[in-house]
Structures are given as C-alpha cells and as structure tokens.
Design a protein around this ligand. Sequence first.
Ligand code: HPA
Length: 270
Amino acid sequence: MYNKTQETVKFLKSKGLTQLDFGIILGSGLGGLVDIIEIELEIPYKEIPNFPVSTVEGHSGALIYGEIEGKKVVAMQGRFHFYEGWEMSEVTFPVRVMKFLGIDNLIVSNASGGVNPNFKVGDIMIIKDHINMMPNHPLRGANDERFGPRFVDMHEPYNLKMIALVEDIAKQKNIPVQKGIYLALQGPTFETPAEYKMVFLMGTDAVGMSTVPEVIVAKHMGMQCFGLSVITDLGIDGHVEEVSHEAVQEAARASGKNISELVKTFIANW
Ligand code: HPA
C-alpha cells in the first residue's frame, strides 16, 4: 500500500500538484463547491494510477486542482463509499495521497439524515464529533508506521479552532448553522424508523454513509479536519418520511450557495 501511495503521489506531483494548503472531499449533491475553485487542472480518477473509480450517480469522479482565495487546494469530486464494495483501504486511499502531497488540512462534506428534532431539511451542520458504526475499520490489520501510529488519538477529531472560525464566519454572514454529532452506518439502505430512533438515542444528530473512514485515516496521518453535513431528510421519531437519492442530492444542492460561502471564507481566513 505504501508503494502504491508513493506511485500516485509521484504522478500527481509530476502534474504540478505541489505546495498544497487544503484537501476537500465533496459529498453527495455538493459538487457545486467546485465553482469556488479557480481550476488549474482536472484529472479524472481513471487517469490516476491506483485510484478507485466511483460508481454512484452524482459522484462524477475527478480530482480538481486549483486555488480558492489564493490558497492551493485539491478537491475530490466524488468519493468512494464502503457500500459500493470498496475496501476501507480504497475508500481512504485518496486521503493518504493528500497527506503525502503535503496537505495538512482536510475539509469533508456530506449529505445526511437529521435525527435531532430541532433540525430541518436544508440545515448545514458543522460536524463537531462522530460515532463510527461502520462494520469495518480503515486501520484494521497490521499498522504501517510510515502512515501513522498503531493507536490513534481521537480526542479532537474535528479541529476546534476551525469550528470556531466557521461559526464566526456564519454569524458575520448571517448563515444559519447547526453543530452536531455525525454517525456513520454502512448503507446503502436509508435507515428504518427504528434505526433512526436507535442512532438518536445513541447521541447522534445526523446519520450518513461516509466521511468517518476518511477522517479516521486523516487523523492517523496527523491531519486536522473540518466537516460540514447538509441535512437532506429527517429521521425524527414519528415523522420519518420517504427518502430517495435524488431528493438527497436536490436538498444538498439547495444549500450549496451557503456552503460555498462558508468554505470559501474559511479557506481565506485560515
Ligand atoms: N441516512 C443515511 N444516509 C443519508 C441520509 C439518511 O437519512 N440522508 C443522506 N444520506
């Protein structure tokens, strides 16, 4: 695996991806975030050695390199989900590559189902913590010290200074934000009413099918993470409604403008 990451890093460096400030992972329906990037290069995953190729509708699958507010960024347009059949090492491979490209700051985004009764569809939630309920762990197996330590500290999975900065920006710009705990399940089924209730009782605010593996690996590699989740549907006890992938994407896109504004200003001020 180490050699594979180095091969991929060498390829991307040869394309000019150096001196990077931020890695960004674009979640379902949040591909519009690329509009804030002054794009210098777009590399389809299928052209990148060792990169998996995403299959889900709405995840087009390219690495976008460019600038936001003068800072160099690499964005993943399309992520790899465990439910697609990828191994955890494949789901998280791009994060390892980002770190070896010199990236210390990772921004993750996703769409999720809100279980906090104060949430509504379209809310933007700053992820302050997560609960890992995925059936496999990206760090399971022999540990390669060149990536990071065997036992990884997780006392601050999402950087508190980054959270404070974005809360400040949201206040200044009058963009309403929630803050909460994201729980990751495998999917691809959305939750049953009983499952939504279970995750709520566990202390969850929003539930989804991604992000946690990438953040675990980012912490393994010593990166600092910031996460945003768009609430695209609700799993609130007694009010669980029908949900579809299309509705999730639509709801996420509707919050795109505010998300873009937050991320852009965050990057400018970090
Ligand atoms: N559950 C799981 N994943 C999701 C949801 C949900 O309700 N909404 C968007 N992604």
